[in-house]
Ligand binder design. Structure first.
Ligand code: NAD
Length: 317
C-alpha cells in the first residue's frame, strides 16, 4: 500500500529536521518546507522547498498533493528572544498558522498536526519551583506567556474550529522543553540545555559559567528521539484535543548544570545573573493523558539525552 505524502513545515528547524529523518526511515514520501535549510546536515526530505509560510500562496504550494501536515514552523527561540519580541512573534506565527490551516483545508489534507507549547499554561500556576504538574485542562482560565504563548493558544482554538466547521482532522501537541543534538546552541535562540552544554564544553576543566536567573527555576526536559516518536503516534491516533508531550522529571537549572558538568568531567561553579530573563519559576508536565492515549511514554533518560547532546555540542564548538 502506498504511504501518505507528508509535509513537514519547519523542516529546517530542530524538531522538524529530526522528524523528516524519522519519517523517511518509516518509508514516507516527505516534503520539507522552511525559510532556511537545516543548519548542521542536509535534509533527508524527498522535496525541500524554501518558502515563507506567512504567505497564503506559499502555504498552498507547500500543501499541494499532501495528505498529512506536521505544522512546526514558528518564529521562536530561547527565553531571551521570546521575552523581547512579543509583537513580531505573535504576528509571524499567527500568519503562518492561519494560512497553513486554510491551505490544508483548500488542498483537502486529511490529517493536520499543530505543535503548541507548554507556554500556553497560565502564569499563575507556575510561580513556585515545586510546581504541580500541568494537566491539559489547566489551560483555562487562560493567562498564557505574553506573545508566543497566547498565539499558540489562539491557534489551538483555530484547529478546533477548523475540525468542527470543515471536518479537517486536527491534532494538537503541547511540547515541554525538547532538547538534543542538531539544535541551535548559540546566538540567542538556544534553550537552557543547549546553552549550558555549550558553556561547559567551552569551559576549562575547573571553571565558572554564567547561569541565567538564580538557578532555582525548574523545568522538565524531553529528548528529541522521544519527541518525534510521540508526534508520529499522535498523528496515527484519533485524538484531537490538546495533549502534553514531554517528561515529568522536574529539575532545577542549577541541578541541570551539575549534571552536564558531571558528564563533561569538569568542576564548574555558577555565576548567577538575575538580570537576565528566566521565564516562569517552575513548569512540569502531567503526562498521564499521553500515556493513556498513545499507550506509550518517553524512553530516554535525562542523563542519557544530555550525554548525547553534550557530546554533539562539544564536537561543534
Ligand atoms: P526551530 O526554531 O528550530 O524550528 C522552527 C522552524 O520554523 C525554523 O527552522 C524556522 O526557520 C521556521 N520558520 C520560521 N518562520 C518561518 C516562515 N515564515 N516560513 C517558514 N518557516 C519558518 O524550533 P523547534 O524547536 O524545532 O520547534 C518546532 C515547533 O515546536 C515550533 O512550532 C515551536 O514553537 C514548538 N515548540 C518547541 C519547543 C521546544 O522545546 N523545542 C517547545 C514548545 C513548542
Amino acid at each position: 500500500m502506498q504511504k501518505n505524502k507528508v509535509l513537514v513545515a519547519g523542516a529546517g528547524g530542530f524538531i522538524g529536521h529530526h522528524l523528516v529523518s524519522y519519517l523517511k526511515k518509516k518509508g514516507y514520501w516527505v516534503r520539507g518546507v522552511d525559510i532556511k535549510r537545516p543548519e548542521f546536515e542536509p535534509s533527508a526530505a524527498d522535496d525541500f522547498q524554501l518558502l515563507d509560510l506567512r504567505e497564503l500562496s506559499n502555504c498552498g504550494q507547500a500543501c499541494k498533493g499532501i495528505n498529512e501536515v506536521y505544522q512546526l514552523a514558528a518564529d521562536m527561540g530561547g527565553i531571551g528572544y521570546i521575552t523581547a519580541n512579543h509583537g513580531v512573534i505573535f504576528r509571524n506565527n499567527a500568519l503562518i498558522n492561519l494560512h497553513m490551516l486554510e491551505a490544508a483545508r483548500l488542498n483537502k489534507v486529511s490529517n493536520y498536526l499543530f505543535t503548541s507549547s507548554a507556554c500556553i499554561y497560565p502564569m499563575y500556576l507556575q510561580k513556585d519551583p515545586k510546581v504541580k504538574q500541568l494537566k491539559e485542562e489547566d489551560a483555562y482560565p487562560a493567562d498564557s506567556e505574553p506573545g508566543y504563548g497566547w498565539e499558540k493558544l489562539f491557534t489551538e482554538l483555530a484547529c478546533e474550529y477548523y475540525q468542527q466547521d470543515y471536518n479537517l482532522k486536527t491534532h494538537i501537541v503541547r511540547f515541554h522543553n525538547i532538547f538534543g543534538p542538531l539544535g541551535t546552541y548559540e546566538g540567542g535562540r538556544e534553550k537552557a540545555p543547549a546553552a549550558i552544554c555549550r558553556k561547559i564544553a567551552k569551559a576549562r576543566d575547573v571553571d565558572e559559567i554564567e547561569v541565567w536567573g538564580d538557578g532555582k527555576q525548574t523545568r522538565s526536559y524531553c529528548y528529541i528521539d522521544d519527541c518525534v516518536e510521540g508526534l508520529f503516534k499522535l498523528m496515527l491516533s484519533d485524538y484531537s484535543k490538546p495533549i502534553n508531550l514531554g517528561q515529568d522529571r522536574l529539575i532545577s537549572v542549577d541541578a541541570l548544570v551539575d549534571m552536564v558538568a558531571d558528564i563533561a568531567g569538569k568542576k564548574i561553579t555558577k555565576r548567577h545573573d538575575t538580570s537576565k530573563p528566566q521565564g516562569v519559576r517552575g513548569r512540569n508536565a502531567d503526562i498521564t493523558l499521553m500515556k493513556n492515549v498513545l499507550g506509550w511514554s518517553p524512553q530516554v533518560s535525562l542523563e542519557e539525552g544530555l550525554r548525547r547532546t553534550y557530546e554533539w555540542i562539544k564536537s561543534q564548538v
